[in-house]
Ligand binder design. Structure first.
Ligand code: GLN
Length: 427
């Protein structure tokens, strides 16, 4: 038992809230400072999701993962910056200002868990939690040169994670190395009756270097159009290294990838439009001037406190779910999602893991990407694992223009262990 005093300077705007003093207990993580993405509920600590609409909201309960961290003695030192409600790929959509990349302050850290990645990469904390709906752990891990795991869907409880897109997202560990990611995963992966999608398959594993004879599938779509040639070449070198360590590289294909982005953006905006309807100006956060009609007040409140990207996605999602269009968009997206899952299952029958780049490029310059559609395209290599519900990790594998590149390793459902082992062998 003790109190951790957190004196580090936040040079990258990685945190929204920093606790100067954090109490800790005994256990596997005794006294270890851990940073938490600001969409994970923390009892008594402001939790904003990077949004003005939740400014001043102090949860009355801990998310399941926070309870587990506290049970193992971790010191929760603060809440990290993020794209508002997890909607973004750069952390520039935060209403608390952008986070900068510790490797090069003129660049973005990736998103949406950019604050957690920057906190780890800059050495402020050894470990952090992020959440990944379509790449939000793996993208910032790749851009900042750290390790980040999106666990199998259902392996970590989402209880207390403020929902963006329930059917896709998972909370997951981020750290400087694979062993620490594995340790954090061991603590947070426990079944939970409060989340109906939580599955009883606790992760309890020490990373092993057992790469010899492992089959690694490399889908040609992961090196397709839009993937930067230098990034592709660094990742190919990483795959050759795995081969030289005894792995067998097998060419394969995920044809349904061409529908993955469309399926992802229809699904996540639809679910977000429904999830975010709870922000009504009555229950959480700030208030607006009282109006005679409740819907006038509701409109004023949401117009004032939601950011541009959140509004855009609520509009898109409401449209996709509206009567007459539901079958055309949402139902079709669900079919495409199940085709992506089938493709992954088919390929993963013959190989142990699938590998490729995490992101098609290195971290962008701040404000480099202003067109939302162009931004959405950069999620092409991360969203398939969320659609399929399979585990995926990003591990640093080299540099382009002095910026880190991430190698993505994707595994079978509930085989986060082989994903971790492959990343460990590489590291
Ligand atoms: N960049 C993706 C999006 O904007 C992924 C976000 C996430 O995983 N939370 O939706």
């Amino acid at each position: 038992m003790g109190v951790y005093t957190f004196g580090k300077k936040d040079e990258n705007n990685a945190f929204i809230t920093i606790l100067k003093e954090a109490s800790f207990g005994e256990g596997k993580l005794a006294g270890i400072p851990v940073a938490i993405k600001d969409n994970i509920s923390t009892k008594g600590i402001e939790t904003t999701c990077g949004s003005q609409i939740l400014k001043g909201y102090i949860p009355q309960y801990d998310a399941h993962v926070i309870e587990l961290l506290k049970n193992e003695g971790a010191a929760i030192v603060g809440k990290t910056n993020m794209d508002e409600f997890g909607m973004g790929t750069t952390t520039e959509n935060s209403s608390f200002g952008p986070t900068t990349n510790p490797c090069d302050k003129t660049r973005v850290p990736g998103g949406s868990s950019g604050g957690s990645a920057a906190a780890v990469a800059s050495g402020m904390v050894p470990m952090a939690l992020g959440s990944d709906t379509g790449g939000s752990i793996r993208c910032p891990a790749a851009f900042c040169g750290i390790v980040g795991l999106k666990p199998t869907y259902g392996r970590v409880s989402r209880y207390g994670l403020i929902a963006y897109s329930n059917s896709l997202e998972q909370i997951g560990p981020m750290a400087k190395n694979v062993s620490d990611v594995s340790k954090l995963m061991e603590v947070i992966s426990q079944p939970d009756s409060q989340d109906s999608t939580s599955y009883s398959r606790p992760y309890s594993h020490t990373p092993e270097d057992n790469i010899k004879g492992k089959k690694i599938g490399v889908p040609k779509e992961y090196f397709g159009e839009g993937v930067d040639a230098n990034v592709a070449s660094v990742v190919k070198d990483a795959l050759s290294k795995l081969e030289s360590l005894g792995a067998e590289i097998v060419d394969c294909s995920i044809p349904s990838m061409r529908y993955a982005l469309a399926a992802y953006y229809v699904t996540c905006t639809s679910e977000a439009s429904s999830n975010l309807s709870r922000f009504d100006g009555v229950r959480f956060g700030p208030t607006v001037e009282k109006k005679r009609q409740w819907h006038d007040e509701y409109r004023d409140y949401r117009s004032k406190y939601f950011g541009e990207e959140v509004k855009r996605r609520i509009l898109l999602g409401t449209f996709a779910l509206s009567a007459g269009y539901y079958g055309k968009y949402y139902a079709k997206a669900q079919v495409a999602m199940s085709n992506v899952r089938k493709d992954f299952l088919r390929v993963l029958k013959d190989v142990d893991v699938i590998a490729g780049p995490t992101m098609p490029n290195i971290a962008y310059k701040l404000a480099e990407k202003s067109d939302p559609l162009e931004m959405y395209l950069s999620d092409i290599l991360t969203v398939p694992a969320n659609l399929a519900g399979v585990p995926a990790i990003s591990v640093p594998c080299g540099k382009v223009d002095n910026m880190p590149v991430g190698l993505q390793i994707i595994g079978k459902h509930f085989d986060d262990e082989t994903v971790i082992d492959t990343a460990f062998a590489y590291e």
